[in-house]
Design a protein around this ligand. Structure first.
Ligand SMILES: [Zn+2]
Length: 53
């Protein structure tokens, strides 16, 4: 765990923190959400194929 500078307010925040504790800016919230959405879509697709045969 390391301290990095916030892109929004320039204050130091933990690299492990999802959002800046000073301004609430989340750096990777959108990209990680897209990744999980894609993974969930793939899982749903394969489950649907298995159920329908
Ligand atoms: Zn900030």
């Amino acid at each position: 765990m390391a301290l990095i500078k916030c892109d929004e307010c320039g204050k130091e925040k933990s690299s492990a923190a999802k959002a800046c504790p000073h301004c609430g800016k989340s750096r990777d919230h959108i990209s990680s959400g897209v990744v999980w959405f894609a993974i969930a879509g793939v899982i749903v697709f394969f489950v649907a194929m298995a159920v329908m045969g």
